[in-house]
Design a protein around this ligand. Sequence first.
Ligand code: ADP
Ligand code: ZN
Length: 520
Amino acid sequence: FFNFAIMEKQQMLNTLKEYFGYDSFRPLQENIIQSIFDGNDNLVIMPTGGGKSICYQLPAILLPKLTIVISPLIALMKDQVDGLKANGIEAEFLNSSQDAADQESIFQKIDKNELKLLYIAPESLQVLDRFLTEETISLIAIDEAHCISSWGHDFRPAYTQLGYLKKRFSKTPIVALTATADKATRHDICQQLNIPDAEKHISSFDRKNLSLEVRQGIKRFEQISKFVKSRPNESGIIYCLSRKNTEELAEKLQQKGFDAKAYHAGLKHEERESIQDDFINDKTEIICATVAFGMGIDKSNIRWVIHYNMPKNLEGYYQEIGRAGRDGLPSDTLLFHSYADVVQLQRFAENTKNKDIQVAKLDRMKQYAEALTCRRKILLSYFGEIKQEDCGNCDICKNPPQFFDGTVAAQKALSCIYRLKGKEPITTVVDVLRGSQNEQTLSKNYDRLKTYGIGQDISWNNWQQYILQLINLGYAEIAFHQGNALKLTKHAKEVLFEGKKVHLAKVPDRKLQTATTGKT
Ligand code: ADP
Ligand code: ZN
């Protein structure tokens, strides 16, 4: 019989040192482990790299029976288990890649209570059914627990069956772990796992060593080339929206002499493994990947992460940039923001099951990308952390936007939207403002409008940026259901007729941008 309560701090520290080589716990690790020994269910929210694994691996060593670790990452199980074995911990994994003989030898180990940790994919749980009883297991760890929630960004249908675990093993503590932090998902995880009273441990999401930067998505390849060129021999990931993008980008980078490879779920299993291994072992510097890449990858020296396209929400974004700088050293992140991406993401979001939630999440993502105040504050506030101080390590803090009296520009843009009767998208509004001669404009007789060509003094790109600011200021809105037509809001009349002043932020000079953010 094991008495949970008598686990002492010294014993925990000794085990930490003996098996993992560390002298002290990271914040929260000790509380979580203690709570597991107390027999509680626990929900652990920690950013990637925060040190979640030890929270169940260390108890597993000290607890008398088996710890089951449910993980979606079949490809990584072997590495994880090899790592544990190298540290002298009895661990195995069970998944569909093994033959009957392999599995049989694991079943025997379970019977003889020779195993401390068993990693298993949720799909494979049934195979274990007859071996598991309340007598044979001490702890159930559910890694990447957000996969259970269809509100999260990585929903795995096989996770939804995990709710039965608590019903069947009511006395066995469950620890659910994830790096996804938003409240709705948190709640959903506990509900679905039937652990409503789980102790919640939520660590700070602030990763001060990651610099944050957002740039306009124009001439992206040129910008990326400069970026990677100024960081020789550094590992980095470029996230793209589609498989095709990853391949095209990798190829273009190779042509420029960079050491880049594409990675996506469409590649053969062996190919993915070898690309991943080469990256982990510093044999490949740059990976152009879809979001399929990176979950669970244990590489501490990733020095930068670029988002070629905007992610669909801040959780995904944060998890992806969080793969950089896990060793705590300064690392850079760069997000490209483009209006076209936003429109595409909006369309995706509107066609999903939880449309309202997805659209709201995309809105927060946009707010972040279009922010004119410290980005880290905005990011952390999304995860419920309110900071008073600006961070000093984002592009806005380093290069605060300069505001100017943009009233006249605002009046021009708003009256142009008015003349176009709220029927045309931003691109057409800008074309009309700039007096474009293109077919669209001429065929619709927009050259006869009063506002045609009244904005030739401002570049196309700057107009687009100013209009996005006017949207954020609440003077105009995009009707995504009506061909992305730009419409006035009721506040527009304050600017058009009531003399209200508008302060616009200058569009950053791109030359200056690259000069100040290159390696120093
Ligand atoms: P997560 O699963 O939260 O992404 P990991 O469990 O993989 O993070 O841990 C990230 C890194 O931090 C690993 O290299 C791990 O060995 C290291 N680590 C974890 N706990 C400690 C600790 N108490 N002291 C020092 N390093 C630690
Ligand atoms: Zn900042």
